[in-house]
Ligand binder design. Structure first.
Ligand code: CP
Ligand code: NVA
Length: 304
């Protein structure tokens, strides 16, 4: 499949059909890989990966994905680039566009990604910014589809910090017709514009009560209280004990609800080990699916 958009920065660039199509394509690629089929669809193609922030899953899944597709990935820590010595984003974008077929960047400011995509002639993928994490949500919704066999009509409960991953999940819910209830302390609510826009397509509820969110929820999700860009340890006190996903909270969701977390997790903070290691938890499938969804995305953006 081919996407109308050149870049994937938030998820809002996709139509529902494209979003659901990418998920189906990812499921197909996963099945093929399990059977040992590895088509070199991106032979001779190169991906530049810029990291301003640490990463385990994003880096390894993108690099492995490019390898499996017959292409190559170049890992660039922003500290080792001329960017760190003052070369402009504009000049960096123009230079990388002359060598590579796609740029994936993990950055602090979302504006930097926008600038990068404005000046690059090749597609730019957001590998996480302070505001959004679209690749995570492709993997999450693939995982939900695998486990629940459908998306439309389900309910997600988001518990904790209304952060970058939460913003993207709200867009994902809108694209797939999933209802979402977001339980956060008042000052940690998700982005207002994202909520407003998404409410046009699905039910998005904001609450400060975790038990309201988990009522009839098919999926319970949380993330760290201290994101890379927001790591003040004092924040934690504002969330605990009320916003912890523990067995008591899980019991208030649907009987067959699944638990998700983008990882890395801070065990015994946002989630107890008894939940993340339980049979309801799908976090390792979720992490694996980063690989399959990003392969589908790369093919859709780069293949001629
Ligand atoms: N979930 C996620 O993006 O993980 P990394 O920070 O390890 O890339
Ligand atoms: N919200 C977290 C996600 C890490 C994958 C962060 O931004 O650090």
């Amino acid at each position: 499949m081919k996407l109308k958009t050149k870049n994937l920065l938030t998820l809002a660039e996709l139509t529902p059909k494209e979003f659901l199509g990418l998920i189906d394509e990812s499921i197909k690629l996963k099945k093929e890989l399990k059977k040992g089929v590895n088509k070199p669809i991106l032979k001779n193609k190169t991906l530049a990966m810029i990291f301003q922030k640490p990463s385990t899953r994003t880096r390894v899944s993108f690099e492995t994905g490019m390898f499996q597709l017959g292409g190559h990935a170049v890992n660039l820590s922003s500290n080792d680039m001329q960017l760190s010595r003052g070369e402009s984003v504009e000049d960096t974008a123009k230079t990388l566009s002359r060598y590579t077929d796609c740029i994936m960047a993990r950055v602090y400011s979302h504006d930097l990604l926008e600038k990068l995509s404005e000046h690059s002639s090749v597609p730019v993928i957001n590998g996480l910014s302070d505001s959004f994490h679209p690749c995570q949500i492709l993997a999450d919704f693939m995982t939900i589809k695998e486990k629940k066999k459908k998306l439309k009509g389900l309910k997600i409960a988001w518990i904790g910090d209304g952060n970058n991953v939460c913003n993207s999940m709200i867009y994902g819910a809108a694209l797939s017709g999933i209802e979402m209830s977001v339980a956060t302390p008042k000052e940690f609510e998700p982005d207002k514009d994202v909520v407003k826009e998404s409410k046009k397509s699905t039910k998005i509820e904001l609450t400060s009560d975790p038990f309201t969110a988990t009522k009839n929820a098919d999926v319970v999700v949380t993330d760290t209280y201290s994101s890379i860009h927001n790591s003040d340890p004092k924040r934690i006190k504002k969330f605990l004990p009320k916003y912890q996903v523990n067995p008591k909270l899980m019991k208030t969701a649907s009987k067959d609800a699944i638990f998700m977390h983008c990882l890395p997790a801070k065990r015994e903070q946002e989630v107890t080990s008894s939940v993340i290691d339980s049979t309801q938890s799908v976090v390792w499938d979720e992490a694996e699916n980063r690989l399959h969804t990003q392969k589908a995305l790369l093919v859709a953006l780069i293949r001629a």
